[in-house]
Design a protein around this ligand. Structure first.
Ligand code: ADP
Ligand code: MG
Length: 266
């Protein structure tokens, strides 16, 4: 099982879109894929037609057992999606109350790791979609992930936010035994605008080692796909956006094949 987290402390940068686009492409390539919604807003959950306000079982259930994960529970929470081979562990808006509830609970940062350990043989890839705020959910994602994907909108202010995010990450990772590798992915790129070109050049200068070599272009088909409740590649496999994600996926899987796997938490 390979576990990738998609995170950025800024909203609207393409995190959820990246999770669905990459997850859909992996499933089309015959992989067994699980996407996990760790955002109380539940955009990933809504994408596949569930209402995070009223859903009866979700990731939230995993946090109800004092840091332990009952045997068999994670599998019960998973549902199918419109895409064959792609499963969803949905979010509910109740997740927003976790921060208060989990203070001082032992093992609270390892709940997702423990849940995924139970599913180790059931999935080839797990993609964790994250909330923009750094709290117990994000800590869980960072502890479980083997690699981090950081989508960054190609505009000046977003790059400022990236600096802050990487700083926080470094602090968290210092407390973990294994450092987490990451790939910065420029998103919402529009080559016709000065702002996009300038910020891409800035990113290249500042992060030569961790920046993906291409960028995800602006493509209105992503929104159409989410409205239709299907993955972008199922909606239209030939758009610029989908082709860019396919290229990103090739680079990520190639890099992953030479990276040692992080130890799993039991
Ligand atoms: P996040 O999860 O970081 O908040 P989303 O993936 O939900 O961001 O994207 C925010 C909005 O931008 C959505 O309406 C989505 O459809 C749109 N969007 C995301 N990526 C692109 C893109 N490459 N081109 C055009 N629109 C995009
Ligand atoms: Mg999102």
């Amino acid at each position: 099982m390979r576990i990738w987290a998609v995170a950025n402390q800024k909203g609207g940068v393409g995190k959820t879109t990246s999770v669905v686009a990459l997850g859909g492409l992996l499933a089309e390539r015959g992989k067994r894929v699980l996407v996990v919604d760790l955002d109380p807003h539940g955009s990933l959950t809504s994408w596949f037609g569930h209402d995070p306000d009223t859903i009866s079982h979700s990731v939230f259930d995993l946090f109800q057992y004092q840091g332990k994960v009952p045997e068999g529970l994670p599998a019960q929470l998973i549902t199918d999606t419109s895409c064959e081979g792609l499963s969803l562990l949905p979010a509910s808006t109740a997740l927003a109350t976790l921060e208060r509830k989990m203070v001082g609970v032992e093992g609270m940062g390892l709940i997702i790791s423990r849940a995924l350990a139970q599913l180790w043989d059931d999935f080839d890839y797990v993609l964790l979609d994250n909330t923009p705020s750094l709290g117990v959910l994000m800590v869980n994602a960072l502890a479980a992930a083997q690699h981090l994907i950081i989508p960054v909108q190609t505009e000046f202010l977003a790059i400022k936010g990236l600096e802050r995010m990487l700083h926080t990450l470094e602090m968290i990772m210092r407390s973990q035994k294994n450092p987490l590798s990451y790939t910065i992915v420029p998103t919402l790129f529009d080559r016709r605008t000065q702002a996009s070109m300038k910020s891409l050049n800035q990113l290249r200068k500042s992060y030569p080692d961790s920046l993906w070599r291409f960028a995800i272009p602006v493509d209105t088909r992503f929104r159409d796909a989410s409205q239709a409740g299907v993955t972008p590649s199922a909606f239209d496999s030939e758009t610029h956006g989908v082709r860019a994600y396919a290229r990103l996926l090739n680079d990520l899987t190639e890099a992953a094949s030479v990276r040692p796997e992080r130890r799993r938490h039991g």
